[in-house]
Design a protein around this ligand. Sequence first.
Ligand code: CP
Ligand code: NVA
Length: 304
Amino acid sequence: MQPRHFLTLLDLSSGELNRLVQRAIELKAMQKRGEIYEPMKNKVLGMVFEKSSTRTRVSFEAGAAQFGGHAIFLSPRDTQLGRGEPVEDTARVLSRMVDIIMIRTFEHEKIETFAAHSQVPVINALTDMYHPCQLLADVQTYVEHRGEIADRTVAWIGDGNNMCHSYINAARQFGFTLNIACPEGYEPDSEIVAAAGDTVQIIRDPKEAAAGADLVTTDVWASMGQEEEQKIRERAFADYEVDDAVMAGANDDAIFMHCLPAHRGEEVSASVIDGKQSVVWDQAENRLHAQKALMELLLDKAPA
Ligand code: CP
Ligand code: NVA
């Protein structure tokens, strides 16, 4: 049987995603009660990281341990993948030894190739195109703070990057409206936008995009792999900081999210990220709970 992979939010149905979010909330409550639950007993998670990480690494590794399983951290510095062993061969070999694999890499095609040659589920832990695990945590956080996200309005302020692409897919799957404010030349991929139809619109002005929003979110101006563009991007995005003026136009009970790491004084002001509308610490914690729910589902251990 072909394993189920999670490379984008479109790999699960809308119903499965909503159930997963509810399950993440349950798993969080179970963990807080100190309940032992070990659906990964004797199971091993392989973690391939070709980019840096704090949250993703720790949440997956801790999640596997809490589930009674084990995680192996693999960096290109130490593996043959880093010395040019083909992705296909690495996938064939690793998937004969471990039960589930997460990968953080550059080209999205690389994770697709890996998944096509893997006997076990593969999870996208960020590529240049998408960051779907983060969206599981973001939606969980919204639901915990404000209830249903369907029919709400989300404002994305900043780069049309991997996070923005996953927000577009989330708008389709969870049924919210997404206003994107980005400078010219930094739009999200046009095919991803077109596939989302009316749920997504590009509005250049950050204040206009945030007007009436229930959730305002942003991300770094230069993503991993774009470090050399930092200075050019600082100029291009100078008017795209989420500050008090942007938040003032959003709904009174709007919340602010950021996948982190954040740069105070660039994409977000300290007053917003450290202010009372910010839920970024809950959002970061929820990576743990949402990914536990995801691993449980892909390992076919989720309760019926
Ligand atoms: N948000 C996120 O994925 O953080 P890390 O890069 O620290 O994993
Ligand atoms: N867009 C950012 C997200 C980091 C979690 C990056 O790719 O670096």
